[in-house]
Design a protein around this ligand. Sequence first.
Ligand SMILES: Nc1ncnc2c1ncn2[C@@H]1O[C@H](COP(=O)(O)OP(=O)(O)OP(=O)(O)O)[C@@H](O)[C@H]1O
Ligand SMILES: [Mg+2]
Length: 450
Amino acid sequence: MSSSPANERILIVDDSGTTLEVLQRNLSAAGYRVFTAPGVAEAVEILEGAALDLVITDLKMPKVSGLDLVRHVRENFKDTEVMMITGYPSIEGAVNAIKSGAEEFLAKPFTDEELLSAVQRALDKLKLRRSGHATPGHVVPTHKGFIGDSEAMRDVFVAINKAASTSATVLITGESGTGKELVSRATHYGGPRSSAPFVPVNCGGIPEALLESELFGHVKGAFTGADESRAGFFHAADGGTIFLDEVSDMSLAMQVKLLRVLQDKEVCMVGSNRSRKVDVRILAATNRDLQGLVRKGLFREDLFYRLNVITVFIPPLRERGDDILLLAHHFVTKFSAESGRSPLCFSDKALQSLMSYNWPGNVRELENVIQRLVVMTDGDVIEVPDLPTLMRFSALRERGLTRTLAHVEAEYISNVLSSVEGNKTLAAQSLGINRKTLREKLRKMEKPSS
Ligand SMILES: Nc1ncnc2c1ncn2[C@@H]1O[C@H](COP(=O)(O)OP(=O)(O)OP(=O)(O)O)[C@@H](O)[C@H]1O
Ligand SMILES: [Mg+2]
């Protein structure tokens, strides 16, 4: 199997000619082989003959609904992924899409970037299903979709394996862009619930007033505008996993409600006084110090302990050593292939700059930097001047700091010592310190790590 998008075949189904045209243009430009159908009947015909990798379908279409198409594909084409497009704010549509087997859903309006990354995710899942793992070039991901071979990341892979085999609640922590969502997906898809839904919810992105009804659903008449009953994300995830991203952004009032669901394993729709049992595994993520928030009274301690049954901490990129190079190579290969050019490479100095940069935005920042470099660099080699300004300066500053703190003093002491032919008493006098301090400094200089 090749990783080149040119071999990946996507069918778009939508009754709006304009939408078909826009999606077809975007996906073809990204290198995919694209088919289109104005309705479910035409889609079914194309499915028979085209050996598709992915079907992207609208939910609301005049004759047959997109949901029926999702079911048809799930039942008859096990080797094809499905993605549903729903109009905002039809959360119910999303819920139903997931229940009937769509791997991804995308709420309108969406940006080109969101479309492409949802398509990529759906296709990555397909690859994972087909072969365990598949990668471009010669970089081998060491764990389901992850690139990384550092000690720090191996600990993460071990933790994912352990977490995947249980149904315990997992708290995933790490700075922004370290891969928390990737870890949550690997935990779900690596475990016994992998064929049931995985439902990600960005708790920070949903307005406070809506969060409760989106999570737990609501009954008709529960509030102004609730014209009909709607299921929530917890219902959609029944039998599978819900991923509560940015869980620290929940208000204290919502935290109480979530705690109740965790304790009772029941959800109560807004406006109803009856609860319903749900079997949902919970994964939560945060890039904040939850324990610190507990101390400040901003996060409930009882909820913290409920969520924190297993913790997976993802280390920042700057602590992953050579993984930076593996990831850089992986992204260069990927983005070069996507833009149809032969893979770029880095000069040694540019690689050094990548290694000594602090990467506050972690893997996401590295991915973005490299995507830009592939677009902006004319030649075949990425040199230091091609790198973002901040990165070049930071590399210089960091090298300067290391010298000031450790090397300069050590170098000076060595010079003084050799000028007095190793006589420590004379050297101490010349340095203006006593012999004991000099001895301590020399001992430290002999230990490479200090
Ligand atoms: N080890 C890895 N190997 C390959 N790709 C990775 C790795 N870690 C992260 N990524 C990629 O980096 C991007 C950011 O990852 P992800 O969204 O999981 O991070 P996050 O911790 O959830 O970020 P945020 O805190 O901003 O929500 C994604 O495109 C993801 O696929
Ligand atoms: Mg995230």
